[in-house]
Design a protein around this ligand. Structure first.
Ligand code: PSU
Ligand code: MN
Length: 307
């Protein structure tokens, strides 16, 4: 396997990929910018365990000293979590300078997909993806995550998208770009903290075998790009629809008042929602990530059987 000169794949991950064993990628912006310390580190380490318990090898992805890392040590995860928002959040456009300057960076969904694909990893578990922001018709704030799903062949398992985004426009964008949006055991797009959103997914699939078959079919059709599996938060951890949406509306109002723009927008809203809901939303966030890691691992196991 000829690897990119900037890429370091951890030995355990490299061995699994070479042997066609299931591997699940994890992002690091969720650690540095998505959750507060020390819960972020605790969650990042637990999620790796969930993946192992479900028969796959975890590969947490980040950039350390300009090296693209597929598979982090416990110390590297601890460092990213402790440094928090002081670590550079690296999306597609940030990658060349961060690498050439030998900097550290936390990878978004987009960049994690890029590095996973370079390493030969097909499945990636996260919490929520970036998307089309509310008001994008004037701000043009659309996450690079959507373009990445259009062009990079990775299955992303998430709990839908947070209602900090315009979910309807996000679905329209994904449709235009030809990205299949699959509901795992549901016809309705989950909205991260809640199982309901009022929007429909493209297809409902009910088992890891079905999801694996759709993903493999896409590849065998010679079609570029990834696929989005939206997995609803387990009922017992779901939040009250009105409570969470009130907090989100308040956070958006403050972001507009304070003139928060560009790459700072999503981290600002994530942190404010946690503060406004007094930590309840953080617990939901953690539990849905574990649930996504489980489904991603089960699907990776099925894909590895089909190769
Ligand atoms: N949404 C969440 N949690 C997160 C993110 C989004 O619920 O941690 C992070 C992910 O890393 C995602 C990124 O890829 O924010 C999107 O940022 P932006 O909107 O700037 O593209
Ligand atoms: Mn943006």
């Amino acid at each position: 396997m000829e690897l990119n000169k900037y890429l370091d794949v951890a030995p355990e991950v490299k061995k699994a990929i070479e042997e066609g064993k299931p591997v699940v990628a994890l992002e690091s912006t969720i650690i540095s910018h998505g959750m507060p310390y020390p819960k972020n580190v605790e969650t990042a380490l637990n999620v790796e365990k969930v993946i192992r318990d479900n028969g796959a090898i975890p590969a947490t992805i980040a950039i350390i000293g300009g090296r693209l890392k597929a598979g982090l040590s416990k110390e590297e995860i601890e460092y990213l979590g402790k440094t928090g928002q002081k670590v550079t959040k690296v999306s597609r456009r940030d990658l060349p300078v961060i690498v050439s300057k030998k900097m550290d960076g936390a990878t978004t969904v987009a960049t994690t997909m890029i590095i996973a694909a370079m390493a030969g990893i097909k499945v990636f578990a996260t919490g929520g993806i970036g998307g089309v922001h509310r008001g994008a018709e004037t701000t043009m704030d659309i996450s690079a995550d959507l373009e990445e799903l259009a062009q990079t062949p990775v299955l992303v398992v998430c709990a839908g998208a947070k209602a900090i985004l315009d979910l309807g426009l996000t679905l329209e964008y994904l449709e235009t770009k030809g990205v299949p949006v699959i509901g795992y055991g549901t016809e309705e797009l989950p909205a991260f903290y809640t199982r309901k959103s009022g929007f429909k997914v493209d297809y409902r699939l009910d088992t890891p075998e079905e999801v694996a078959a759709a993903f493999v079919a896409k590849r065998e059709l010679g079609m570029a790009g990834g696929m989005l599996l939206t997995n609803p938060i387990p009922e017992q951890y779901a939040m009250d629809y009105d409570t969470i949406n009130k907090a989100i509306d308040q956070a958006i109002k403050e972001s507009v008042e304070q003139g928060v723009k560009g790459k700072a927008t999503t981290p600002f809203l994530l942190a404010r929602v946690v503060e406004l809901t007094g930590g309840d939303s953080l617990e939901s966030n953690i539990q849905l990530v574990y649930n996504n890691a489980k489904v991603a691992s089960q699907t990776a196991v099925e894909i590895s059987k089909m190769n």
